[in-house]
Write a protein that binds this ligand. Structure first.
Ligand code: ADP
Ligand code: MG
Length: 223
């Protein structure tokens, strides 16, 4: 699957409150790219990830997945598309507190009226080291375990691409590097494209394409 963003801009507010959060971003994501994006706080990183993943819509510009303009979809079509093709990992995990780890993981499938593939779920849990935590509630898990549950949730529908917004930002460096190793492992094993925002230079350098964003302007760091 090929993803192409053309001249994506996002402007918040009007008059003196006007903020250009994203300024005419062009980006192509091909085959199984692993992309990292770094940038200071407020530079537009989350805005960019939300636009690329269809969580939000731009002020102007286009985004195609295999030539299909996804902002042309209705909100309902867009959320169905996201559930099936796109995984998203948030810095704050965003697990539902009243559901067990397993229920959180399979939620995207249930919303789509699909049956979870039990064998695949077990394989993911094994890969992420959470097999013995599936019946626990989020508050009974460490931060690193919660993030690994969130990664399993992002992967359960076998998406073409995973977006991760500072996935290690809330973790200590040990659990952070475990989570990163797992993401990299999954990228290698499944060929799922991976776009990750990070403040950590070592994490950024694991990617095969590195970008920086400053004041909403995205540029690729040439190797
Ligand atoms: P980052 O993730 O790099 O910290 P963001 O993408 O969250 O940056 O924000 C980029 C800019 O857009 C910031 O100036 C922020 O204050 C502004 N911004 C983000 N979301 C909103 C919003 N919903 N309303 C108004 N301004 C926003
Ligand atoms: Mg952010």
């Amino acid at each position: 699957m090929k993803i192409e963003a053309r001249e994506l801009s996002k402007i918040y507010g009007v008059g003196e409150n006007r903020v250009v959060a994203l300024d005419r971003v062009n980006l192509e994501i091909a085959i199984n790219d692993f992309i990292s994006i770094m940038g200071p706080s407020g530079s537009g990183k989350s805005t960019l990830l939300h636009l690329l993943s269809g969580l939000d819509r731009p002020t102007s510009g286009s985004l195609t997945y295999d030539g299909r303009d996804i902002y042309g979809f209705s909100d309902k079509e867009l959320s169905a598309f996201r559930r099936r093709r796109i995984g998203f990992v948030f810095q704050q995990y965003n697990l539902l507190p009243v559901l067990t780890a397993k229920e959180n993981i399979i939620m995207p499938l249930l919303l789509d009226k699909r049956q979870p593939d039990e064998a695949y779920l077990m394989q993911l849990a094994e890969l992420l080291g959470i097999s013995d935590r599936l019946e626990h509630l989020p508050h009974e898990l460490s931060g690193g375990q919660q993030q690994r549950v969130a990664i399993a949730r992002a992967l359960i529908a076998k998406p073409d691409i995973i977006f991760a917004d500072e996935p290690t930002g809330n973790l200590d460096s040990k659990s952070g590097s475990e989570v990163m190793k797992m993401l990299e492992n999954i990228w290698e094993k499944t060929g799922t494209k991976l776009v990750i925002i990070t403040h950590d230079r070592r994490v950024a350098q694991m990617a095969d394409r590195q970008f920086v964003i400053v004041d909403g302007v995205l540029s690729e760091v040439k190797a």
